[in-house]
Design a protein around this ligand. Structure first.
Ligand code: ZN
Length: 63
């Protein structure tokens, strides 16, 4: 394998993140909708946390 192929391999590696909403009465509808959704790191819809004040949602890496 040459250097260029190696670099391609490294740069094309993506991480995947699962949105975990804090599901209680206070969680907002937006967060509940995202709950369980998996986003790739280059997803244009990748959520920027916090989504709202007092947001307790987290993104956990799944891959
Ligand atoms: Zn939230």
């Amino acid at each position: 394998m040459d250097m260029k192929m190696l670099m391609d391999l490294i740069w094309n590696q993506h991480t995947y993140w699962k949105f975990i909403a804090e599901n209680d009465k206070k969680s907002c509808p937006v967060c509940r909708e995202f709950d369980g959704t998996v986003f790739r790191d280059d997803d244009p819809d990748f959520p920027e946390l916090p989504l709202h004040p007092n947001c307790r949602c987290v993104l956990v890496q799944v891959k």
